[in-house]
Design a protein around this ligand. Structure first.
Ligand code: AMP
Length: 411
């Protein structure tokens, strides 16, 4: 057997791992400034949580969950998204007793059984932020601006922001009835898939690629024109704050996110640098979800961004210029002295690598070049410190003097 990572999964090799850590640092700093606290939930949850939280009729619940039974026969699911988990935790830990809103951010692995392709994996990483306990429109705007800033700092370049409002369940239900009636009247032109789920989830018809369905949707009524006065005001407030901040967006009344729990604001950032899987991140308001999961009525709003896609859009970038020192051994029995020197240099904060693979001295100097060492310490009967830029080599009488020379040249 020649073992490979499972289909749709990937290893993160050091160059990428470094970029991911950089993104994590940017997120920590940016979100921390706005009062968001780091937070984690388990990688698997009771299946019921997602069935209720994400919605029975969604693609995620119907087709994409990695579900398994534990030894006691309980059904568990690898988390496909985190909002349901965050809401569960909010209720479980009585966070409604804390000053509101409770602001949280997270980073971790998520799992969806999708057909793997560029930018679409079965295990991927999401970075997300949520604000629970207030329906203030400034939270919607704050979160959208934070995601825009994060993407900008990550170096993804130009993005497209689509924005809409889904209103409340009442207006949405009335609208859905209107849309169903409209679609039933044109059933012959619709794709089989849309027809099969017409009564369940007619909104998904806006997402269809099928030409007949697309033509029908051109004339379909839009939810944005049916919002209640409250919801329309809320949406206007969100937009005013975004306008004030100078953030460009497109109102897209056909924006349907693939999760059932959204109310009011929904949004999605896309990158023209990505192919078919162009969504970098998105989210929205979910004012009824916590109650749905058995908690007190509690509004919430949040987003999740796909870490792999953000880094894909950002491109390779410049590799971080690391200062490095290489400790070479001029003879095998210098190993202990070299090891000691490497430790002392690391204690001083240098990034140090040493000969640990039985290379010849020539091979070691080549290796020092390869890792971009600033200086190389050659340990033998004497200790030489080589400035790798100028090629100049100076001799030290002992370890202390060698350290002083390294400090001069730099690491
Ligand atoms: P969603 O909650 O489905 O909108 O997901 C939020 C973000 O996660 C998306 O905008 C993508 O960037 C990312 N994402 C979702 N599914 C996948 C996947 N299968 N592979 C990679 N990234 C994904």
């Amino acid at each position: 057997m020649n073992p490979k990572a499972p289909r749709g999964t990937f290893d993160v090799l050091p160059a990428d791992a470094r970029l991911r850590l950089q993104l994590l640092k940017i997120a920590d700093e940016l979100l921390g400034q706005a009062g968001y606290e780091p937070f984690e939930t388990p990688v698997f949850e009771d299946t019921e949580l997602f069935a209720r939280g994400v919605g029975e009729s969604t693609d995620i619940v119907q087709k994409e969950m990695f579900t398994f039974e534990d030894k006691a026969g309980r059904s568990l699911t690898l988390r496909p998204e985190n909002t349901a988990g965050v809401c569960r935790a909010y209720v479980e830990h009585g966070m409604h007793k804390l000053p509101q809103p409770v602001k949280l951010w997270y980073w971790g692995p998520f799992f969806r059984h999708e057909a793997p392709q560029a930018g679409r994996f079965r295990q991927f990483t999401q970075l997300g932020a949520e604000a629970l306990g207030s329906d203030d429109p400034s939270l919607d705007a704050e979160l959208i601006l934070l995601l825009a800033e994060l993407l900008d700092r990550a170096g993804v370049g130009e993005t497209r922001l689509r924005l809409s409002s889904l209103g409340t369940p009442e207006t949405r239900a009335a609208y859905l009835d209107e849309l169903r009636a409209y679609l039933h009247g044109r059933e012959d032109a619709l794709s089989e898939d849309v027809r099969a789920r017409l009564d369940d989830n007619p909104l998904r018809a806006f997402d269809a690629d099928h030409p007949g369905t697309r033509a029908v949707m051109q004339g379909a009524p839009h939810l944005l024109d049916r919002l209640s006065a409250d919801d329309a005001d809320h949406f206007a407030d969100v937009r005013a704050l975004l306008d004030d901040a100078g953030l460009a967006y497109e109102i897209d009344p056909t924006l349907v996110r693939g999760l059932d729990y959204y109310t009011r604001t929904v949004f999605e950032f896309e990158s023209p640098r990505l192919g078919a899987q162009s969504a970098l991140g998105g989210g929205g308001r979910y004012d009824l979800l916590i109650e749905e999961l058995g908690g007190p009525p509690t509004p919430g709003v949040g987003w999740a961004a796909g870490v792999e896609r953000v880094l894909l859009a950002a491109g390779e970038g410049e590799p971080a210029a690391d200062s490095r020192i290489y400790v070479a051994l001029a003879k095998p029995d210098a190993a202990r002295e070299g090891f000691r020197l490497a430790r002392r240099l690391r204690d001083e904060g240098f990034r140090v690598e040493m000969e640990q693979a039985g290379r010849s001295l020539k091979g070691q100097l080549r290796q020092a070049d390869r890792i971009g060492a600033r200086s190389t310490v050659i340990v033998g009967d004497v200790i030489d410190v080589k400035d790798m830029r100028s090629g100049e080599q100076r001799r030290a009488s002992d370890a202390d003097e060698a350290l002083a020379l390294v400090r001069e040249v730099g690491g």
